[in-house]
Write a protein that binds this ligand. Structure first.
Ligand code: ZN
Length: 269
């Protein structure tokens, strides 16, 4: 299952096929688009209409990604990020959709805004988590999951933080095409599955493109979580994490339906 996240209002994927779904929202680094549109309220209403259209088509499953990114203020100043992060809770409230959230070097402001709006959204995930143990514990006080990818597994400290996330409150993702697990990262020692890769100039559909994180590599994230937490039951772990994802974004997929899908995939050569 693939969840494609929106960055801009007009970057949407309502026509995506099969088990591909998308979010509607504005990324923190792109929040200037509200003001540059000349009419932020009209821009907001356009997002809301788009989300409603996507819900009708069964393709939009979350509001996002939105949040705060103080690592990349050169794209958008913090006050504008805060203003439109808060504004996008209205989208979640109006649509009853969960939120797909982004938090980078901004835990205090992020948590303060979530706290003020915690009754306006039904749940969600803070993805690509790279925060401290304190940030993790604060996020876990909300009705929220923590999303792990290669960026969450770079250092020994990152792995310690991940060890403290209960698997019942965790999701995994790739954040493809970014955030791959590299050889210099602390998590690499737990990676078991690898695939051949070739430079993009020598593209071959049986190989990964070198330097590009691809969806199949979510298996590596799973292996690092399994290894660093000492779980040693990768099938059970994958089932729990998949159920977490379905509960938030695909509540129509009961656990049994999710299991059937997983089993079907396993039986397919
Ligand atoms: Zn993000």
């Amino acid at each position: 299952m693939f969840l494609i996240v929106g960055f801009y209002l007009f970057e949407t994927f309502l026509s995506v096929a099969g088990r591909l779904f998308c979010t509607v929202g504005v990324h923190p680094t792109r929040c200037k688009e509200f003001e540059e549109s000349g009419d932020p309220e009209k821009h907001f209403q356009a997002l809301l209409s788009l989300a409603k259209e996507g819900i009708e088509k069964g393709k939009v499953v979350a509001i996002g990604e939105c949040g705060l990114d103080y690592d990349r203020l050169h794209f958008c100043p913090s006050e504008i990020q805060r203003k439109y992060f808060e504004k996008q809770f209205e989208l979640a409230y109006a649509t009853k959709l969960p939120m797909f959230l982004h938090m980078r070097e901004a835990a205090a402001d992020f948590c303060a805004i979530v706290e003020r709006n915690k009754d306006r959204f039904t749940g969600g995930v803070t993805h690509s988590f790279t925060g401290s143990a304190e940030d993790r514990d604060k996020l876990l006080t909300f009705n929220m999951y923590i999303g792990i990818n290669g960026c969450s597994l770079k250092t020994a400290e990152n792995l310690d933080v991940v060890r403290g996330i209960p698997i019942e409150r965790m999701m995994i993702e790739t954040d493809s095409p970014y955030c791959e697990i590299k050889n210099a990262h602390a998590g690499i020692s737990f990676v078991k599955s690898t695939w051949p890769s070739k430079k993009k100039e020598k593209y071959d559909q049986d190989s990964l493109v070198k330097g590009r994180n691809e969806p199949c590599l979510v298996r590596q994230v799973l292996e690092v979580v399994d290894g660093c937490k000492g779980i040693n039951d990768i099938d059970q772990l994958s089932r729990t994490l998949y159920h977490n994802t379905c509960r938030v974004f695909f509540p129509q997929d009961l656990d049994s339906a999710a299991d059937a899908l997983l089993a079907g995939r396993r039986n397919t050569p």
